[in-house]
Structures are given as C-alpha cells and as structure tokens.
Design a protein around this ligand. Structure first.
Ligand SMILES: NC(=O)c1ccc[n+]([C@@H]2O[C@H](COP(=O)([O-])OP(=O)(O)OC[C@H]3O[C@@H](n4cnc5c(N)ncnc54)[C@H](OP(=O)(O)O)[C@@H]3O)[C@@H](O)[C@H]2O)c1
Length: 262
C-alpha cells in the first residue's frame, strides 16, 4: 500500500521536489518543508494539481523547536506513515585548496546531520506507539568512503548512514520501517555546482521513482546506480593507499557553501 501522509524535508528543490510530485495523488496528504517560500508554493501548486492535499512548513531544519512544533502538529492532523529526511547542502574544496572554512563545516553539520535528527526525532515516539510508519534517510555514495574533495559532506553523510542503521535495528521490532537511500549523481541545483565527471547521472524524477519503488518494497538500503554503489563498497576493502592514489587523480571542484551557522 502506498503511504497516505508523507513528510518531506528539502521539498522546494531537486530530489525532494521530485519525491513530492511522485507521491502526489488524490487521498495523499503531503507536508513539505523548505526555506524558500516561492519554490515551496510552486511545488505545492503542482502537487495540488495532481490531487494531493499539501501543508507547507517554511522552516530551517536546524531550528529544533520550530521543527518539533510543526511536525508534531502535522502528525496530529494526519499521522505520518512516511517521513523522508532529505534536506541537505554540499560544500567542498577546489584544486589547490587545503582546508574547508570552519564556518561552512559547522553549517553543513547543522543542516545535513542535526537537521536530520530534528526531522525524525519528533516522530520516533509517535510512530513506535502506533507500531507503524517508515522513516527514510537520504544519504549519499559520498557517505560510503571519505573523499578528499568534500571532507565535511562525506562526514555528515557517513553519520546519517550510521544513525539510520542503528535506528533500523532499534525500531523495526516495534513495527517502524527504516530505509537508507544512497544516491549517486542526480541532476539538481546542488549537483550542478560541482565541477567533475558525473558517471551515470540521472534526473531527479528518475531518482524519485527509484526511491518510491524501494520504499514500497521495504528495502533497507536503496542505492543507485548499483555499479557506482558496488565500486564505492569495493573501495572500502581495497588497499587504502591505492584508493587514495586513484582519488587524487580526479580533478574535482566543489564550491564552498555560503551557509553559516543559522
Ligand atoms: N544531487 C545529487 O547528486 C545527490 C547525491 C547524493 C545525495 N544527495 C542528497 O540529496 C538531498 C537533496 O539534494 P538535492 O540534490 O535535491 O539538492 P537541492 O536541489 O539543492 O535541494 C536541497 C533541498 O534542501 C533544502 N534545504 C537546504 N538547507 C535547508 C535548511 N537549512 N532548512 C530547510 N531546508 C533546507 C533546500 O531548501 P531551500 O532551498 O528552500 O532552503 C532544498 O529544498 C541532499 O541531502 C543531498 O545531500 C544528492
């Protein structure tokens, strides 16, 4: 059965927007969080045109109190059967740069990690009490192995992977399903800023369709494309210095985020 009440963070752009539209249909209630009011309204209009009912939360995922208040109120109206912790940013280094700006590092930890906790924590208790629901985390192939081009991004995604795995073991006995989504390259504004080869890149709609199918089958890990996923897994068991040398050969330019502690 497809979920009827869904919370998606980072729904104003990219993968989050595509997810909102892939789930939008009559009988579905979408609760969409992002910061940009205009882009949120645009997604809401498209989702309503497909028959869904939509509530918008113009929120910064780093704001623990505002997130808890809004999410609990929305859950009381339409108990969530799916939450997708998707909001995220990227930051990184360009050739010649050595260290990330400390303010940018703390900002990405605030959004990509603390923001995820602020999204799911308010729902762990209610979903466990109901003995139902599904929590999905958007990780990244960059969370499988530290990359020299984006230390703090990799660190946040590795933390999300570990957190979701822990939660899965803890919550599934109570009836709450947990999924970790591990995308490769998906064409979105986040990804457009990165100057690198992007093998097997897919569109946000293709990613959303794969995520929906994986969640429907209750897969613990939804990773795509599978060849890139297996290469990243392999890089964990190959000799470390060899993998470092291979990584160093790629020319990758990842702009530093302008986000700072909010
Ligand atoms: N694209 C890829 O290749 C790729 C690959 C692997 C994983 N991912 C992950 O997929 C997720 C979505 O990324 P995307 O590629 O779709 O990027 P995107 O198009 O830039 O969308 C990012 C979304 O996150 C929201 N967001 C960022 N900071 C926020 C904050 N402080 N509070 C609330 N919302 C915030 C943005 O909302 P506002 O603009 O309204 O603030 C936007 O809706 C991220 O977690 C990313 O790490 C992406």
């Amino acid at each position: 059965m497809q979920p009827c009440s869904i919370l998606i963070t980072g729904a104003s752009s990219g993968i989050g927007r595509a997810l909102a539209l892939v789930y939008a249909r009559p009988g579905v209630s979408l609760s969409l969080i992002g910061r940009d009011r205009e882009r949120l309204e645009d997604v809401a209009a498209a989702a309503r045109a497909q028959g869904a009912s939509v509530s918008l939360g113009q929120l910064d995922v780093r704001d623990q109190d505002a997130m808890a208040h809004w999410i609990k109120a929305a859950d009381a109206r339409h108990p969530f059967d799916l939450v997708i912790a998707n909001a995220g940013i990227t930051t990184g280094l360009s050739p010649g740069e050595i260290a990330e700006e400390p303010g940018a590092v703390r900002a990405i930890i605030g959004i990509n990690l603390i923001g995820v906790l602020n999204t799911v924590e308010p729902l762990i208790g209610p979903m466990s009490t109901r003995g139902a629901g599904q929590i999905a985390f958007i990780g990244s192939i960059a969370g499988l192995r530290g990359l020299p081009y984006s230390p703090s991004y990799c660190a946040t995604k590795a933390a999300v992977h570990a957190y979701s795995e822990s939660l899965r073991g803890r919550l599934e006995p109570s009836g709450v399903k947990v999924a970790l989504i591990i995308p490769g390259f998906v064409k979105t504004p986040l990804n457009d800023g990165i100057d690198a080869i992007k093998p097997l890149q897919i569109t946000a709609s293709q990613a959303a369709t794969r995520i929906q199918a994986g969640l429907q089958r209750n897969k613990a890990v939804i990773a795509f494309p599978s060849s890139l996923y297996f290469a990243a897994c392999l890089s964990r068991i190959l000799p470390i210095r060899l993998v470092d040398k291979v990584m160093a050969r790629f020319r990758v330019k990842i702009p530093q985020t302008h986000e700072r502690i909010g």
